[in-house]
Write a protein that binds this ligand. Sequence first.
Ligand SMILES: *Cc1c(COP(=O)(O)O)cnc(C)c1O
Length: 397
Amino acid sequence: MMHYAEAAEKDSLHAMGVFGQRLLLIEKGEGCTLYDDTGKAYTDFLAGIAVNALGYRHPAIQKALAEQADKLLHVSNYFYVEPQVNLAERLTAACGMSKVFFANSGAEANEGAIKLARRYWSKKGEGRTNIVSLNGSFHGRTLSTLAATGQAKYQQPFEPLPQGFCQVPGGDVAALEQAAQGAAAVLIELVQGENGVIMWPEGYLKAVQDICRKTGALLIVDEVQTGIGRTGQFLACQTFDIKPDILTLAKALGGGLPLGAVLCNNKADVFSPGEHGSTFGGNPVSCAVAGAVLDEVLGDGFLQVVREKGARLGAGLEEMVQRYPGKAVQARGVGLMRGLQLDAGLPGKQVVLAMQEKGYIINCAGHNTLRFVPPLIISQGEIDAMLSALGDVLGNA
Ligand SMILES: *Cc1c(COP(=O)(O)O)cnc(C)c1O
């Protein structure tokens, strides 16, 4: 069996250095627990970055995976496959959207959404091409999704980026209203995940929706991170009562396998044959596993329990702010998507490593914010144990 030092050396010799030195060598997972190469156990509050909604080795996922793997792994989109057409039916219903296109990742889903918005206007013969997004947003790493990602550090090294993108400050209604005039679409996250679990001021999201209706700009909601139960409803659109024209999903959708989706309403259903595509998108195995994810997340009472556990986690983080006001500055988030803003004097990295030492995986996002996006099946007991460890770490920091 390989150990950490060997993995780190091989990786540094042979893999491009985009991820730097990794934290651990992970061997296996079970439930909400990960095990490293030494056999040490960690309760996982990162979940593969909000991907593993059902944790590790969930029986429903294992079953769907084994059954589909035994039949067919891939056949291309020249053919129908049952898991894909079934998922299309169920996912459009669960999202309240008309149609879906399956991709492989969040960035690819957003690329599809951007193309769809551009196609909507080119079909009308109107030169509306601009995509308006928000500062601090994150929409992916391809050139177009980088152009939509309002963070200079991701963009500048790769210029020139595709044309027809602009960003405005989040929360600024007037700035958005101006930018949306004549734009093809407004692209937003309902909660900014990578930026450190940023929530919008009361009324802002409704104002964004109203601006889109008034200006005709399509509303694209990027639910790559917030979707599939993360905020305590199946979609954050339901949590915040927003009706997008185009919606993107990925991360948790495939239960740990690569799967993305672009969904649209009737109005935005404008792609014709040949205008978009993907070799692997809607892969039968990913779609079969996604079906199992939907069975669980949409099952009786599941989301109610996510809301209860999310409230408990949120209250626990709020308490850290009361107990350690010089270290923890603000608790943010909704459902099981939570952030704890730390004081600039306490580097998040230090807290992440101290928590890892104690057997908890968390991470640091945005501007020094601890991020908590555990599997949705995390237990109250695991939440309480993590909060107690976090209290010790902050107390000693
Ligand atoms: C992670 C993320 C993406 C990018 O997804 P990839 O699968 O890494 O391409 C896009 N948008 C949001 C909101 C994300 O959190």
